[in-house]
Write a protein that binds this ligand. Structure first.
Ligand SMILES: CC(C)(COP(=O)(O)OP(=O)(O)OC[C@H]1O[C@@H](n2cnc3c(N)ncnc32)[C@H](O)[C@@H]1OP(=O)(O)O)[C@@H](O)C(=O)NCCC(=O)NCCS
Length: 432
């Protein structure tokens, strides 16, 4: 029997029986419903929850989101403070280790990551084997998964030291793989990492360096990209993180689990919205077309891409930070003419009853595509940038999973709707 003040009493009208089910952390255990059954040989009651809209799959201390209040925190720190005052590698340390580093810990972490940016030459060999027009996300997914074959010891996931080195390797090598996928599509030689550069400077160097001895990126661009990585570093149990955890629950190595996360992120419902925003802005084309476009949205003909969020119903804190980063980037690259259209759309939408009533605000993707375009990234690269930023989050969540004694292999139930008791007739008789 549970504490009656902290429990749910369920009456099964099929049998008239009542059950007391404990409530902890605002949840009931789905397994507790299993005792509710009409007879001993019937299966117990289960929940049906496609897309996990109201099911907690884990306990996690990594990221907190309050969608109504527009709050996003990593390990208890507000995203606004981290974006303004921290760096991507410090945030990566925070996510993975659960606390901010001391100076010695930070220096050691940066050193480790910097000295693991190179990949085995054979990785370069097989990346070069992709078709000339291979999508960089496909290349990233395949190559990060293939790293498991270079580090077979990575399957020893119960060994803390082994877990640590694989985490370092993956955070270090993702930019190398992502940059090489980009160079591949351009038919340009792959650029090796430069260990004298910071994480984000080195990434830009691997993307854009040509014959100069050292690629020197504008510090304002480096900072803006670093901030974008921070903003994407984790977002609790989203589709790709759930994929990493689900695959990781089989106790496979972390490269395979992260490859699954990259695959999930590749989907247009997850990582692809900023590309859709750019297409929309281009289609609108000029200021005078905005009113007709907004009317079309309000009539339900289409959506205002980059607006609305499943969780954030007040504002997306990441969008506010990105808007500021936009101004910094355009100071260097010159203003993208689409920015004026985006700002006008936002202004109109925020004052319009249709959007106010439905709590539709700009999300992280509304401005990020404009920034990426200013860096001269083609749209296919946008999701690669997201994946590089999200890697520490995936790994922090994976690490938590490996140490969570309540976790089991992910294996949802189903409601079977197919045939039963058919009798098989061999093809030789069916096709007579
Ligand atoms: C993000 C998104 C999928 C969230 O969807 P959701 O929480 O399931 O919300 P719903 O689809 O139920 O929408 C609720 C209402 O707002 C409307 N709505 C939601 N997003 C809208 C948008 N971007 N433009 C216009 N109307 C929108 C819906 O039509 C619906 O209106 P109704 O009540 O009259 O039917 C959705 O807002 C969307 O498609 N946004 C555009 C794509 C995008 O920017 N995605 C990136 C997310 S980071």
């Amino acid at each position: 029997m549970s504490d009656s003040n902290n429990s749910l009493t369920v009456r099964d009208n099929r049998t008239g029986k009542e059950y007391d089910i404990p409530i902890n952390d605002g949840t009931i255990k789905a397994a507790d419903l299993g005792q509710i059954r009409t007879s001993d040989d019937e299966p117990g009651l289960a929940t049906y929850d496609p897309g996990f809209v109201n099911t907690a799959s884990c306990k996690s201390a990594v990221t907190f989101i309050d969608g109504d209040k527009g709050i996003l925190e990593y390990r208890g720190y507000p995203i606004e403070q981290l974006a303004e005052k921290s760096s991507f590698l410090e945030v990566a340390y925070l996510l993975v280790h659960g606390a901010l580093p001391t100076k010695e810990q930070y220096d050691a972490w940066v050193h480790e990551i910097t000295y693991h940016t190179f990949v085995h030459e054979n990785v370069k060999g097989f990346m070069q084997g992709f078709r000339y027009d291979a999508h960089p996300m496909g290349m990233l997914m395949a190559s990060v998964g293939a790293l498991s074959t270079f580090y077979p010891e990575s399957k020893n996931i119960s060994d803390p030291e082994n877990r640590h080195i694989q985490i370092v390797r993956m955070i270090a090598k993702m930019p190398t793989l992502g940059a090489w996928a980009f160079r591949h599509a351009q038919g340009k030689p792959y650029v090796y990492p430069d260990n004298e550069l910071s994480y984000t400077e080195n990434f830009l160097s691997m993307l854009f360096k040509m014959s100069e001895l050292r690629f020197e990126a504008d510090p304002r661009l480096v900072k803006a990209l670093d901030v974008l990585f921070i903003l994407h570093a984790d977002h609790e149990q989203n589709c790709s993180t759930n994929a990493v955890r689900s695959v990781g629950s089989s106790q496979v190595d972390p490269y395979s689990a992260v490859a699954a996360g990259v695959g999930a992120l590749f989907g247009p419902l997850h990582g692809g919205a900023n590309e859709a925003v750019l297409r929309m802005l281009r289609r609108i084309g000029s200021m005078e077309n905005i009113p007709a476009f907004i009317e079309g949205v309000k009539n339900g003909n289409e959506r205002l891409m980059g607006f609305g969020h499943r969780v954030y119903k007040n504002f997306d804190p990441r969008a506010t930070i990105i808007k500021k980063a936009c101004d910094d980037v355009f100071e260097v690259t010159g203003v993208n003419p689409l920015l004026a259209i985006a700002k006008e759309l936002e202004k109109i939408a925020l004052e319009d009853e249709y959007f106010i009533k439905r709590k539709l605000y700009p999300n992280v993707d509304f401005y990020s595509g404009l920034i990426y375009e200013a860096f001269q990234f083609p749209p296919e690269m946008f999701t690669v940038l997201f994946a590089i930023g999200r890697t520490p989050g995936w790994l922090a969540q994976w690490l938590e999973l490996t140490q969570d004694t309540e976790q089991k292999i992910a294996r949802p139930k189903q409601i079977y709707t197919g045939d039963r008791t058919l009798q098989f007739v061999p093809a030789s008789e069916r096709w007579k």
